[in-house]
Design a protein around this ligand. Structure first.
Ligand SMILES: Cc1cc2nc3c(=O)[nH]c(=O)nc-3n(C[C@H](O)[C@H](O)[C@H](O)COP(=O)(O)OP(=O)(O)OC[C@H]3O[C@@H](n4cnc5c(N)ncnc54)[C@H](O)[C@@H]3O)c2cc1C
Length: 453
C-alpha cells in the first residue's frame, strides 16, 4: 500500500526509489523526512502504523534539560539545553503543542535534595522553591524550567510535511545488503511483500530497529526494555508535570494533558522489565510497586473515588554510545554499521531527536551526494504531485485514498497518542484485576487486544 507518489519504475513487488528511503515515522524519521524534503531530496517513508506512532506516541513528552539526570555533566547539559531550546523555538507558533513550561521536582530525602541542588548550582541551572499541591512525603519541592509537549501536536508542528510525502504502508522485514551497501528493504504490505531499492536509507524504526539489524543490534549494544504507563484522569489539583527522582524504588515520573475541566496524568515509575516479559505477572508486579508509591506520595489522588485509571505497556529502545553525537549522552546515536549508504538513528529521548536527526543528515551528506539525489526527482514530478494510474495514490492514508473513519470523517495520517486509546477504570478495577480488557477497535488502526486500545 503506497500513498503519495511512489514513482517506482518497477511495477508489482519491486520499487526503485530515486532518493532516500526512511523506515519508521516516529519523531526521528519525521524530522529526517522534513529536512530532506526541505532540501528537495525525494523521500519515501515506510511506516507500519501511522505517523508518530511507536515510542513517540506513548511517551510523556518531557523536554528534558538535565534536571533528573543523575551525574549530569556540563556537556550533557549543553546538548539537552540546545535540544530543548530547539523545540521551544519551533513549537512557539503552534499553540496546542506545549502542555506546560515548567515541572516540579520533589526529593525524597535531604541528602538527595542537597546533592541535586549542588549539581544544578554548579551548572547554572535555575530553580525555584515551591509548594506543590497534592505531593506528600517529599523533602522539598522545586519548580524547574522543563517544558512538556503533546507529541502528536508537536510532530504536526515540526514535521507536517511528512503527511504529504509518499508513504509505503507496511512493515519492513529485512534489510538486504551486499558488500558495504544496503541494496534494498523488504516491506510486508497488505498486498504482499514489496522490495524497495534506493541509493540511500535511514533506519529509524525505533522498537523495530533491533529486528531489522539482527545480530548487529547486539554488537551495537541496543537494548529494549518494557515499562508501563499509568493513565490517570482526575480533577485533583496536582502540578502539570512532576518527578520524584533518584530514589528508584519510590520514584514517579509524571506529565499531563488537558482533558476538559480535568487532566490526564501519564505516570511511569522506574521499574522496568526485559521487553519479552509483557504478561499479567509483569503488570501485577508493576502495579503493585506503583500503588505503594502513589499511596505514599499522592495520597489525595489515591483516595479519590472519582479518579479513573488505565494502563498501557510501553517499550523503550536505547543504546549506550557515549562517543556518538550528543556530547556524550548515553542513550542513543547515529550508526553507519559499516554501510556506505545507510544510517541507523536511535535517539533514546524525544528531546534529543533533533540533534540526532541533524547528525544523521550531516553523515548522510558525507556518504551520499544529496545534490545528485535532489536532481533525481521521481518520474511524474515532485513527490507531492498527482498520482499515477495504478495502485498508488497521492496524499496520506491507505492506498485507496484516505479512508472514512467511523462517523464519516477522513482518517488522520497521524497516530493518536496511546493514552487517548486507553480504557479507564476505577482504582479497584484496574489495580485488583490487571488483565487486558478487550475494547472495540479504535479508528486509529492501533492494536486493540491490549491495554492501550
Ligand atoms: C514510556 C516512555 C516515556 C518516554 N518519555 C519521554 C519523555 O518524556 N521525553 C523524552 O525526551 N523521551 C521520552 N521517551 C523516549 C522517546 O519516546 C523516544 O526516544 C523517541 O520517541 C524515539 O523516537 P523514534 O522515532 O526513534 O522511534 P519511534 O517513536 O518508536 O518510531 C518508530 C516508528 O517506526 C515504526 N516502525 C517500527 N518498526 C517498523 C518496521 N519494521 N517497519 C516499518 N515501520 C516500523 C513505528 O510504527 C513507529 O512509527 C519515552 C519513552 C518511553 C517508552
Amino acid at each position: 500500500m503506497v500513498t503519495g507518489h511512489p514513482a517506482g519504475d518497477d511495477p508489482g513487488d519491486r520499487l526503485r526509489w530515486p532518493g532516500v528511503v526512511v523506515v519508521g515515522a516516529g519523531v526521528t524519521g519525521l524530522l529526517v523526512t522534513e529536512e530532506l524534503t526541505r532540501r528537495g531530496v525525494p523521500v519515501l517513508l515506510v511506516e507500519q502504523s501511522r505517523l508518530g506512532a511507536g515510542q513517540t506516541g506513548h511517551c510523556h513528552g518531557y523536554l528534558h534539560r538535565g534536571y533528573i539526570y543523575r551525574g549530569i555533566t556540563a556537556s550533557r547539559r549543553q546538548a539537552l539545553e540546545r535540544c530543548a531550546d530547539w523545540w521551544a523555538r519551533r513549537l512557539a507558533p503552534a499553540g496546542d503543542a506545549v502542555v506546560g513550561t515548567r515541572s516540579v521536582i520533589g526529593f525524597t530525602s535531604d541528602t538527595e535534595r542537597e546533592e541535586a541542588l549542588a549539581a544544578w548550582k554548579s551548572l547554572d541551572m535555575p530553580w525555584e522553591d515551591v509548594d506543590a499541591p497534592g505531593l506528600a512525603g517529599t523533602a522539598g519541592t522545586f519548580a524547574v524550567p522543563e517544558a512538556s509537549v503533546s507529541p502528536r501536536a508537536a510532530m504536526r508542528a515540526v514535521a507536517g510535511t511528512a503527511a504529504r510525502v509518499p508513504t509505503l504502508h507496511g512493515r519492513a522485514t529485512a534489510v538486504r545488503h551486499s558488500g558495504g551497501s544496503v541494496r534494498s528493504v523488504d516491506v510486508l504490505t497488505g498486498e504482499g511483500t514489496v522490495t524497495v531499492s534506493a541509493p540511500a536509507f535511514v533506519l529509524s524504526a525505533g522498537l523495530g530497529t533491533p529486528g531489522l539489524l539482527g545480530p548487529l543490534a547486539r554488537t551495537l549494544g541496543v537494548r529494549t526494555r518494557l515499562t508501563y504507563m499509568l493513565v490517570c484522569r482526575t480533577g485533583q489539583d496536582l502540578p502539570e508535570a512532576f518527578c520524584l527522582p533518584a530514589d528508584s524504588a519510590q520514584g514517579l515520573f509524571v506529565a499531563s494533558r488537558p482533558a476538559g475541566r480535568e487532566r490526564v496524568y501519564l505516570m511511569s515509575t522506574f521499574v522496568n522489565f526485559w521487553a519479552s516479559d509483557e504478561d499479567e505477572a509483569a503488570r501485577r508486579s508493576w502495579l503493585g510497586a506503583a500503588s505503594r508509591v502513589l499511596a505514599h506520595h499522592l495520597p489525595g489522588l489515591w483516595a479519590d473515588p472519582a479518579t479513573r485509571w488505565g494502563l498501557y505497556p510501553a517499550c523503550k529502545v536505547e543504546v549506550d554510545a557515549p562517543d556518538q553525537a550528543g556530547g556524550g549522552l548515553p542513550e542513543g546515536g547515529v550508526f553507519d554499521l559499516g554501510w556506505d549508504n545507510a544510517l541507523t538513528v536511535l535517539p533514546g529521548k524525544l528531546v534529543l531527536a533533533p540533534l540526532f536527526a541533524e547528525e544523521c543528515l550531516n553523515r548522510l551528506g558525507r556518504l551520499t551526494d544529496l545534490d545528485r539525489l535532489r536532481e533525481a526527482s521521481p518520474p511524474g514530478g515532485s513527490p507531492a504531485a498527482s498520482s499515477p494510474p495504478g495502485p498508488f495514490t497521492t496524499g496520506s492514508g491507505p492506498s485507496s485514498g484516505p479512508s472514512p473513519a467511523p462517523g464519516g470523517s477522513v482518517a488522520s495520517p497521524w497516530a493518536a497518542e496511546d493514552w487517548e486509546m486507553t480504557p479507564l477504570f476505577t482504582r479497584a478495577e484496574l489495580f485488583d484485576h490487571p488483565t487486558p480488557h478487550h475494547v472495540p477497535a479504535a479508528p486509529h488502526g492501533k492494536d486493540n487486544d491490549r491495554w492501550s486500545a
